[in-house]
Design a protein around this ligand. Structure first.
Ligand SMILES: [Zn+2]
Length: 92
């Protein structure tokens, strides 16, 4: 499985069906709502790695997995677009 934030290798973790849960060596463990994943793929949007990882760190605790339901202000802008592949949906 791939990390939905950085597209690196990540472990998929069983979770309720409205969520996608991953454990990534770099980004950590998190959940993203299925609806958000679909929206990002449909729009070809990708996370800004620095902002997304900061958000996860801020919103997760020892006992609570951070849960992303909105990518507001966490997406890459066109200025930093060239540093990554166009979207994680293009990876195998
Ligand atoms: Zn990751």
């Amino acid at each position: 499985m791939t990390c939905l934030i950085c597209a690196g290798p990540a472990e998929e973790i069983a979770c309720p069906s409205q969520w996608e849960e991953r454990r990534c060596a770099v980004c950590g463990r998190y959940r993203i709502s299925n609806a958000l994943v679909r929206t990002l793929m449909d729009n070809g949007q990708i996370f800004d790695l620095v902002k997304a990882r900061e958000w996860l760190k801020r919103n997760g605790t020892l006992h609570d997995i951070p849960k992303l339901v909105s990518a507001d202000r966490l997406l890459q802008t066109w200025n930093s677009y060239n540093s990554r592949s166009p979207s994680f949906s293009s990876r195998p």
